[in-house]
Design a binder for this molecule. Structure first.
Ligand code: ADP
Ligand code: MG
Length: 699
């Protein structure tokens, strides 16, 4: 321990001045920090690899000697790429280029010995290297070694810090006699059961790998450890929660539910809706508080599921609440749900920031007396003054706008915590859901109501402006409505606002015979509502907006969604936006306006949108590209830690095992830790999570 906590300035080769730089630039202030400051990538130029040797993920950038057997161009437009089939004489690997396609195609010859260098990734069952370095094989060129590359800041580089220096420092750590004293951080039982590399060895291999296989083993060990403790932490909390929190028992399927189901329900439920309702129903009968996440793509009919679940609460003498992130959305829910509720005599009220004082008092009273059965609203629902008679179920729509703590405020005055159903249209990949939500149950509506046509998605550029305008015009002439969306990001708000205003002006000029409305986040709420309303009522036929429309509005007559500067949106966001159209039976269009000069990655990203409308595929792809840290999913959950080595998008398998191990240990079955093992876990958990609070209690 002493060794690990030593001030970095005492390490041989560091001293006062470098110590300061390491601390301020990289946050390295102790020996431990440096030990865990792993190279961000590894380069293996020690030898040539056989393609057959490649296995698993986490491979370093490495060299393969061989020949091209063919080079062909695949895809069209933005998805065009050059794919070279490259063989070492026994197996094949794909080499892929997204830019300078023609140059490379003519530069590389078949039947010539090349050395290719790059990090292989495993995708669709083959290994491939994107944009590898390629050079003609030169037998006279000596191999260089296997080394890690450390990430350094610009300031450090200017002051002469280099990967080489970092290597020297890491080497000095390992040479220090203290190193041999650092304790194992995983219980012996876990190390053995999961065949993990012991800690000390793994640390050495991370910095100075012997070969690709050892590096993989070391990486796996470090990832496993990280995920193991994250899971243990989450699971421990959720076990406590389950033990502690009883829930209302909803035994009856009663009058309201049946009355609605048989007499009012305007369509047949989809199979998926029925299944999910069954899952919710059986959860709410157990006597434990339900914590369920309902994932369903935009337009999959989550509102109906929410409403029918709320009826279950009402049938069992409880109240229900539906909380939406924006006023517009809350109002829309209120309008929809009132229509369904009225014929069966269920009283619904709407409470938002703009509810007037008198009405508000009345609603507060109705909630306290129990006269109001279902309350729909925004943040206004979580104010101190709101007291429920008996809140049995809280449904939270589009959860990413609400923090966990915020949510819990709604029922802090309840004796019994209500069941909680969180609905999201941002499908969270399974691995992420698992990590973030511990043992939260997940339901998925994986079926759209019948009769929808998939939205046609096109990637277009400024040079195609005319064609896009024609498409818009033709849809407008058929009576349809159009969204034109601009990005708005805080950092260059002024610039964005300018392009939004220009877009508005241009749109008005291009389509003079149609009314255009204009909405952005900086508007006064009144004005915004007015503009939205114009569009919802069909008076305005075009809406020029920032992403304020991202969540929820339902205008089935809208058939075109144009997204300007599409490259600035995340895939999940694009998917959400696209979900605003295609709600009717006619063909709808989503047009992504891209930059012709956008890089290969951007084009690849946008191309995914044109290839699939499956929200899950998109969100997985998004996570792979952006990393889970940026996903709405992580922020909304308050995932309070940063994963340093593990990557939720790629390490699903390790996560599954780490979780299984954590569960086994916490339950004491089938892994029973000895005293030493328990001590290790306690120490590590305290070290890692001592600052964290209640976030894992996601309700
Ligand atoms: P989301 O899941 O995005 O919240 P909504 O609940 O707004 O979706 O539903 C989208 C539209 O589909 C609504 O107009 C809704 O009335 C309709 N809908 C929901 N379920 C069905 C169904 N089973 N059959 C036909 N239409 C449905
Ligand atoms: Mg919805």
């Amino acid at each position: 321990m002493e060794f690990l906590e030593s001030d970095i300035k005492f390490l041989k080769g560091v001293g006062e001045a470098r110590g300061k730089v390491l601390a301020s630039e990289l946050g390295i202030s102790t020996f431990r920090d440096l030990l865990y400051y792993f190279p961000f990538r590894h380069i293996d130029r020690s030898r040539f690899y056989a393609i057959a040797e490649l296995q698993g993920t986490d491979l370093p950038a490495l060299q393969i000697k061989g020949q091209f057997v063919n080079l062909r161009i695949e895809g069209e437009g933005a998805r065009q790429r050059l794919v070279g089939a490259f063989t070492d004489g026994r197996k094949f690997i794909e080499l892929v280029w997204f830019s300078k396609i023609k140059t490379f195609q003519t530069a590389f010859k078949l039947g010539v010995d090349y050395v290719v260098f790059g990090k292989p990734s495993f995708y669709r069952n083959v290994y491939s290297i994107v944009h590898p370095e390629v050079e003609i094989f030169d037998p006279a060129k000596p191999p260089t070694g296997f080394r890690g590359v450390y990430s350094l800041t610009e300031t450090m580089r200017k002051r002469g810090y280099s990967t080489r220096l970092m290597q020297t420092l890491a080497g000095n750590l390992f040479a220090n006699k203290g190193f041999a004293t650092i304790p194992e951080t995983l219980p012996r039982e876990i190390v053995e059961r999961y065949h993990l590399m012991p800690l000390q060895e793994a640390l050495v291999q991370m910095h100075f790998p012997q070969d690709a296989r050892q590096l993989q083993k070391a990486t796996e060990r470090m990832k496993f450890e990280e995920l193991f403790y994250v899971e243990a932490h989450i699971l421990r909390y959720s076990m406590e929660r389950n033990a502690k929190l009883p829930g209302y028992v909803f035994t009856t399927i009663g009058e309201k539910f049946n009355g609605f189901f048989y007499n009012v329900l305007p369509f047949q439920l989809t199979g998926a809706q029925k299944r999910v309702l069954k899952e919710i129903r059986s959860d709410m009968r157990t006597g434990h508080q339900m914590n369920r996440l309902l994932q369903g793509d935009v337009g999959s009919g989550k509102t109906m599921v929410a409403f029918m679940s709320l009826l279950m609460a009402v049938d069992n003498n409880c109240q229900g609440a539906l909380m939406a992130p924006t006023e517009i959305l809350a109002t829309q829910h209120y309008e929809t749900i009132s229509k369904w509720a009225e014929p069966i005599g269920v009283k619904v009220a709407l409470l938002t920031g703009s509810t007037r004082a008198a009405a508000r008092r009345e609603i507060h009273a109705g909630l306290q007396s129990g006269e109001i059965n279902i309350i729909i609203g925004t943040h206004a629902l979580i104010e101190e003054t709101v007291v429920f008679h008996r809140l049995g179920l809280a449904v939270i729509d589009e959860q990413h706008r609400f923090g966990v703590a915020q949510r819990a405020r709604m029922w802090h005055k309840n004796k019994v915590a209500p069941h909680v159903l969180v609905m999201t249209a941002t499908p969270i990949p399974r691995t992420l859901a698992m990590t973030v939500y511990g043992d939260l149950e997940v339901s998925v509506i994986d079926e759209l109501p019948p009769g929808r046509k998939p939205v046609t998605t096109l990637l277009r550029y400024d040079s195609n402006r005319h064609e896009v305008d024609r498409l818009i015009y033709s849809q407008l002439s058929q009576g349809r409505q159009v969204y034109i969306v601009y990005p708005l990001i805080e950092e260059n708000e002024k610039l964005d606002l300018k392009s939004l205003e220009e877009g508005y002006r241009r749109t008005c000029e291009t389509f003079p015979s149609f009314r255009v409305c204009f909405v952005h986040g900086k508007m006064k709420p009144d004005e915004k509502d007015h503009q939205m309303d114009l569009f919802v009522r069909g008076e305005a036929r075009i809406m020029v907006a920032t992403t304020v429309i991202e969540v929820g509005v339902n205008v089935p007559n809208a058939s075109v969604m144009v997204i300007e500067n599409a490259e600035r949106f995340g895939l999940s966001q694009l998917h959400q936006l696209r979900g605003r159209v295609g709600r009717g039976a006619d063909q709808s269009y989503c047009i992504l306006m891209g930059k012709i000069k956008a890089g290969a990655d951007t084009k690849k990203r946008l191309t995914i949108m044109t290839e699939t409308t499956d929200g899950f595929l998109i969100s997985e792809a998004d996570m792979k590209i952006r990393g889970p840290g940026d996903m709405e999913g992580t922020q909304q959950s308050g995932l309070a830690f940063n994963l340093r080595v593990a990557d939720l998008a790629r390490d699903g398998q390790i996560l599954t095992r780490a979780r299984e191990g954590a569960m086994a240990v916490l339950k004491g079955d089938p892994i029973r830790l000895d005293a030493a093992g328990k001590a290790i876990m306690e120490r590590e958990m305290t070290l890692r999570f001592s600052r964290s609070d209640d976030w894992s209690k996601i309700s």
